[in-house]
Structures are given as C-alpha cells and as structure tokens.
Design a protein around this ligand. Structure first.
Ligand code: SF4
Length: 447
C-alpha cells in the first residue's frame, strides 16, 4: 500500500476540547460541562504532545481546535496550547489554525476579542495575528481588478491563498503566517445552526439570533477575515420558509465559508428520546432534499463553491484541515476521543474518558485498515467532494482482489443514470447524484 499512498509532505493536528456550557439535545459528540477542569486538561494535552511528538514525521500544515466548544477554554489556555505545539512540532508550513467557537463566548466575556482601537483586549499572547494590511504583509498591492473581499478588511492573518490572490508569495525574509514562535489563529468556525430563535431554543442552544449578529460584528471588528458559520437543516418545526430565512440572514453576515448539516437523530441523545415519544418530528426526507437544493441554489448565486457535500466557500477559503481528512493525509488527534491516522493504514483513537485522561491515563485503541477498508473509505470520503476520486487509485487498490471489473460495471451504470461523472479519470457526483449521495456511495462500496 505504500506505493499507492505515498506519505504526503504535510500533516495535521486535531485538538479535542471536550467542554460545553450545556448539552444541545441532538448532540452525541463527546463533551463535558466540567469547565473547572480546564487548567488540568491543558496540562494533560501538553503531556500527550510530549508523548506523541514523534508521531508526525512531516511538517504540520493545519491545526484544528474542535469540540465540544474550544472557545469555552478561553484565550489564555489556547495561547498556552499554541506555544506548546510550536515548541514540539514543525509549524514552519502551517497555513491554517482553526478555532471552533460558539457565539455567546464572544459576548459573555469568555473570549474578549482584540479590536483595532483596543489592542489591549488581546489575549495574553497575540492569538490573532496583528492588524497589518494583507498586501503590505506580502509586499505587494491589490490591483483594482482583483476581488476586494480580502483587501477591504485586511486586518487578520490571511490564509495562504489570499497571498496568491494578490499574485505574490511571502518571501523568506517576511514573517510566515504561523512562525514557530508565535502561531496565531487564522480561522474561526462559529456554531450558528439557525437564525430562528424558536428553533435555537428547541435545540437547547444558549445563543439567539441577536447573539450571532453581535458576535459576528465583534469578530469582524477584531479583524478576523476568515470566518465560517455552521448551519443545520431538517430540524423539528423547521420549514422551507424558515430555512430560507436562515440562509438569507447568514448570507447578510458575509462569511467566507458555510457548513450546513442535515440533522440526524442519534441514539442516546435527548432528541432521540423526544422523537421516540412522538414529542418531536424531524423533517421528512423529501423536505430535507428540498432544503439541501435551496441551500445550493442560494449559496451558488452568492458566489460560494460547494467543495464538499456539507461545505461551501468563497474562492480560496475552503477548510484546508477538513480537506486533509478526505485525502490520505496523516493527522494527530490529541485529547480524549480524538482520532489519529498515520497516512497509510493505521488509525487509532483515545478512549473518550476525560477523568482518566486528566490523571494521565490514556487508553489508545487502533485498527489496521485492509485494502478494502481503504477503498471504502476513499469512496465514502472522496465522493463527497467536488474533486471526487481518482479512478486509478481505486483500480490500484482493487487490482489484487480482481473486483475492479465488477466495480467498473457499477460505475458505468451510475454514469448512465447521470449520478456519476468521469472527467480526466476523476469520478465525482453529478448535481443529481449529490441529492442521492448516500445511495450512490452505498452502491460503490464493498461490504
Ligand atoms: S452541539 Fe456543540 S455546543 Fe452543543 S453540546 Fe454538542 S459540542 Fe457542545
């Protein structure tokens, strides 16, 4: 398999922050409301960094603080973790550092944002890059013919693609986006879900629509120019009209990236119990398909590219970290419940147990992926992306099991039904295939 998936030259780090102020009714992510354990938790994470710093043998391209609610940890703890990362890993190629956050944390003082007029509000360590114009930072000027989106608010650490947008590259003498000594957050991902207050209350979210608008205002004032907003559809009581309202209101906030997920009712959640009792009813499949189609239409019209089934971005603002999950990029997951992948055929995960983790006990489990596992994973993840999957990759994986000829027949049939398309040996979903993605993927997977 080494020949199939040569080790890529970069890797990613995921850091799980398992704290939430309260539990949302649909959530089955691993999190706890015990935020008073934050200082010990940060120490435990640093201990794990020490134990596992040899895991990644290539420079880190992306770092992602996910949860839980990472913003609950507050800026000084995040700054400590960033410093710890920079002294243990090679961040010289780091392009993107994302922090997941909830709107209320920017309003209730958990996370005071620096503003251009009040730089002293900045976190103890400058978590966010200083407010220098993007073009100046990269030693060039935007031309009037180039898009003004980044240039109009050039106060925050831009992704590398912004530099490319201005037609130049940072030179070795200029500060890198995440110099090892001072890595900064370059991207915020805000959990919005819906802009309808009754729907937010039903989900037991702590914020309301006004909090979202205020948080985005504060975030923009702080000079943050790479903002992602998360939405959910298929919610109980949600209608096509209320979903359209949420999309329109989110677009007014002018994010660079939007993720939108179809609600799924997971076992062991409060939502599951309420649905079982008949007290709540999620939207039916047909309505969910209409909601997905409406989302695509509206976001495409607003200039967003759908680069993955649930993810849309303005040009150049796709999530580099998430994209590495869809390709065989190695990543190190730190924290209870976090998964790691060696970029080859070994996947491991920490037991989701905060109490043991705080005591320095980390139970790790792992699996070795077979060729068929790798094939299935490649189909399942790759086909969700606009880039699709390389047919030669699939052929190489399946060549020894002589299953490729039967696969080819299935592919041809899906192409004939206008669900798949093949361009330059890359296989991807057609617009009709997008609506039936799960079905198409199931047909292509080997059990
Ligand atoms: S949805 Fe997010 S904020 Fe809500 S409980 Fe889950 S992780 Fe916490």
């Amino acid at each position: 398999m080494a020949a199939l998936f040569p080790r890529p030259p970069v890797s990613g780090i995921y850091i799980h922050i398992p704290f939430c102020a309260s539990r949302c009714i649909y959530c089955d992510f691993y999190s706890t409301t015990l935020r008073n354990k934050a200082p010990q938790y940060v120490e435990a994470l640093i201990r794990e960094m020490d134990e596992r710093k040899a895991f990644l043998r290539t420079p880190v391209r992306t770092i992602y603080f996910g949860g839980g609610t990472p913003s609950q940890l507050g800026p000084s703890h995040i700054a400590t973790l960033l410093r710890a990362l920079s002294s243990r890993f090679d961040l010289s190629h780091c392009e993107e550092i994302t922090l997941e956050a909830n709107p209320e944390d920017f309003i209730d003082g958990t996370w005071p944002l620096p503003s251009p007029s009040q730089p002293s509000l900045a976190a103890p360590s400058p978590l966010f890059a200083p407010p220098v114009p993007v073009a100046a930072k990269f030693g060039c000027q935007a031309s009037p013919s180039q898009p003004s989106m980044a240039a109009s608010s050039p106060l925050f650490a831009p992704p590398v693609s912004v530099a490319a947008k201005f037609g130049c590259q940072a030179s070795p003498s200029q500060p890198s986006l995440a110099a090892p000594s001072s890595p900064s957050i370059t991207r915020l991902s805000l959990g919005v879900q819906t802009l309808v207050d009754s729907e937010l209350r039903l989900l037991h979210r702590r914020h309301n629509a006004a909090h979202v608008r205020e948080a985005v205002h504060l975030i923009r004032n702080a000079g943050i120019t790479n903002l992602s907003l998360d939405l959910m559809y298929g919610l109980p009581t949600q209608t096509l009209a209320s979903w359209e309202y949420s999309i329109d209101e989110v677009l007014k906030l002018r994010p660079e990236h939007i993720s939108a997920y179809n609600l799924s009712v997971e076992p062991d959640t409060r939502l599951h119990t309420l649905v079982q009792k008949g007290e709540l009813t999620p939207c039916d499949d047909e309505t969910c398909l209409q909601m997905a189609a409406l989302l695509r239409t509206k976001l495409n019209a607003a200039g967003f590219e759908q680069y993955e089934i649930s993810n849309f971005s303005l040009p150049g603002f796709h999530s580099r970290h998430n994209s590495s999950y869809w390709e065989p990029t190695p990543y190190l997951g730190l924290g209870p419940g976090a998964h790691s992948y060696d970029g080859h055929n070994r996947r491991s995960w920490n037991a989701p147990d905060v109490s043991s983790y705080l005591k320095g006990i980390r139970h790790e489990e792992f699996e070795i992926l077979t060729d068929l596992d790798l094939y299935n994973e490649r189909v399942m993840l790759g086909l969700r992306t606009a880039r699709g999957i390389d047919l030669h990759d699939l052929e190489s994986i399946l060549s020894e099991s002589s299953s490729f000829s039967s696969l080819r027949a299935i592919i041809d049939s899906l192409i004939h039904r206008n669900l798949l398309q093949l361009h330059q040996d890359r296989l991807s979903l057609t617009p009709s295939g997008l609506s039936l993605a799960d079905e198409v993927i199931r047909e292509l997977m080997f059990v």
